[in-house]
Design a protein around this ligand. Structure first.
Ligand code: FNR
Length: 235
């Protein structure tokens, strides 16, 4: 009978497979440590629960070894989408946002819930960044900044459902943008009571749920990135 040496088989793998996240622990491994993660909230309100949740996600993901960019949509001058306006030239801050989203293989979005859906800010941001820039050398591809991204979805609301209905509308939008949505999500209910005086999540349960979404996002993004066989239409 032929014996198979599993240890020896490892060295025959190409370099990109040796660092495969499945071969290491979730925290502190090279592949995840190098992962660029974009974290943002769908609210620009000063006291926003979703901005607080995004800040917590930034802390947890940074501690997990990710290279985190904390994006505040309030820092960008983006009008309500209007095709006539766009025909006169895509706003420079939209181009900046396209580049930022493109540069990050993994995202965490923290969305509020308005009328059982996600707010106009989230829709407007995604509409602008997915709109092709006519004649542009790279941004004429409307899906360039969103295609193949791995997205972890969080929400927060003062209500009992934690914005879960917002997630149920946001996920199909993300699919349309050709994103891979992480199957574990979390909605922070009773958000007004969920943070301590320093703005950190007070409850261990909520923190663990947020951590789970972050871990799965980083893990899945690492796997997708390492799969060099992925066809152009996928990533
Ligand atoms: C809300 N809010 C809300 N909350 C919820 O749980 N379900 C809902 O359907 C709605 N609908 C809704 C509509 C509109 C127009 C507004 C302005 C608000 C309340 C919302 O969750 C609350 O204002 C949050 O605080 C908004 O998120 P940020 O800004 O705190 O992140």
């Amino acid at each position: 009978m032929k014996s198979i040496n599993f240890t020896g088989a490892t060295s025959a793998l190409p370099e990109r497979w040796r660092k495969h996240p499945a071969r290491t622990s979730l925290h502190g491994c090279d592949a995840i440590g190098a992962m660029k993660l974009l974290v943002f909230a769908g609210s620009t309100r000063a006291g926003s629960w979703n901005r607080k949740l995004a800040a917590e996600a930034v802390r947890l993901a940074t501690a997990a070894g990710a290279q985190v960019t904390h994006l505040d949509l309030g820092d960008f001058d983006v009008p309500m989408y209007n095709a006539d306006l766009e025909a006169r030239g895509t706003p420079i801050d939209v181009i900046k946002l396209k580049q930022i989203f493109f540069d990050h293989p993994a995202w965490i979005v923290c969305t509020p819930e308005y009328n059982a859906s996600y707010p106009a800010l989230v829709k407007n941001t995604f509409d602008w960044i997915s709109s092709p820039v006519k004649g542009h050398p790279v941004w004429s591809d409307g899906f360039r900044s969103t295609r193949g991204k791995v997205v972890g979805v969080l929400s927060a609301s003062p209500g009992a459902l934690g914005g879960l209905r917002s997630q149920s509308h946001l996920v199909p939008l993300l699919f349309n943008l050709m994103c891979w949505v992480v199957p574990v999500t979390f909605g922070l209910a009773r958000a007004a009571d969920a943070f301590d005086a320093n703005g950190a999540l007070a409850g261990e349960f909520a923190r663990r749920q947020v951590q789970a979404v972050i871990d799965q996002t980083l893990w899945a993004a690492s796997r997708l990135q390492l799969d060099a066989r992925a066809p152009e239409s996928i990533a």
